[in-house]
Write a protein that binds this ligand. Structure first.
Ligand SMILES: NC(=O)c1ccc[n+]([C@@H]2O[C@H](COP(=O)([O-])OP(=O)(O)OC[C@H]3O[C@@H](n4cnc5c(N)ncnc54)[C@H](OP(=O)(O)O)[C@@H]3O)[C@@H](O)[C@H]2O)c1
Length: 278
């Protein structure tokens, strides 16, 4: 896709991968609609995008609220008259066993990490279909393919995003619209500071750690040259393949991970985790 002059919506643009993704699209000449709850951060980012030479629109949005998603899409259309790319990136982590996860925790994870993306996708598709051009990028995770102890609730939302994206791509055949799922590994963002737990424990990044800018550039590339799936760590490709053919290996690794942690998520070094953000 030619990005100069196109309209890109990025959810979760106030931090981390979303912020870098907005910058990466702007550097390719795209106008960007910035969505998240923290408006001041979005305004500061919008100023930066305008200095790059593109237009930026801030729409404070809580993706767990369906009416705010409708408003976001309408605001993008009112301002730019088209929507070429939607990046469903807003999300947060949760660390704790399934037994410790309350119904309220699970529903909130589900509303933000999955329903937000599902509703935003449905809201942009009529426009993208009528344009005969569009790309939906869903930011899942490597734990959307391979779940580990303490990440079951979060993983479930990320598995769901992969399922939705795979089905959607088939349903969009011949429409000029397509979809990509992105599987970041541990990425240096605020994710681990703000992730929820039921008792205040937080887990630290495990495995290879990426920068959000690297993930963002991969997201942009996946739109320029449409790619079904983005996975930046070759070792995970091998792990996914082994897990599919030999599920007992996955279970062995999970049990070992659980034993090594003494049955608790690892406490991250540094101060106590941040309180819940409203
Ligand atoms: N960092 C990692 O290791 C990692 C690995 C795999 C996948 N991911 C996924 O990558 C995506 C981005 O995460 P990140 O690492 O960049 O984390 P981050 O730095 O914590 O950023 C998360 C973004 O999501 C937004 N957000 C959270 N809840 C929201 C809500 N209800 N409505 C609207 N926006 C909301 C936050 O903005 P506000 O608080 O301002 O609303 C923020 O902009 C997430 O989907 C995450 O699951 C991250």
């Amino acid at each position: 896709m030619q990005l100069a002059g196109s309209t890109v919506i990025v959810t979760g643009a106030s931090a981390g991968i979303g912020r870098e993704t907005a910058l990466a699209f702007a550097r390719r000449g795209a106008n960007v609609v910035l969505a998240a709850r923290r408006e001041e951060r979005l305004q500061a980012l919008a100023d930066r995008l305008r200095r790059i030479g593109v237009e930026a629109l801030v729409v404070p949005t809580d993706v767990a609220r369906p009416q705010e998603i409708e408003r976001l899409v309408q605001a993008a259309l009112d301002r730019f008259g088209r929507i070429d790319v939607l990046v469903n990136n807003a999300g947060f982590g949760f660390s704790g066993t399934i037994e410790e996860t309350t119904e309220a925790d699970m529903r909130e994870l589900w509303d933000v990490n999955y329903m937000g993306a599902f509703l935003a996708t449905k809201a942009v598709l009529p426009t993208m279909r009528s344009q005969r051009r569009g790309h939906i990028v869903n930011v899942s995770s490597v734990v959307g393919k391979l779940a580990f102890p303490f990440h079951g609730a979060y993983s479930a939302t990320k598995f769901a995003l992969i399922g939705m994206t795979e089905a959607l791509r088939g349903e969009l055949e011949g429409s000029g619209v397509t979809a990509t799922v992105v599987l970041p590994a541990s990425t240096r963002t605020e994710f681990f500071d703000v992730q929820r737990t039921h008792d205040g424990h937080v887990s630290a990044p495990t495995g290879p750690v990426q920068s959000p800018a690297v993930v963002a550039r991969a997201i942009v590339r996946s739109v320029v040259r449409p790619t079904p799936e983005v996975n930046l760590v070759p070792a995970f490709r091998l792990a996914f393949g082994l897990s599919a053919f030999f599920p007992f290996l996955r279970d062995m690794a999970g049990r070992q991970f659980y034993r090594r942690s003494g049955g608790r998520p690892r406490r991250a070094p540094g101060p106590d985790p941040a309180p819940r953000r409203e």
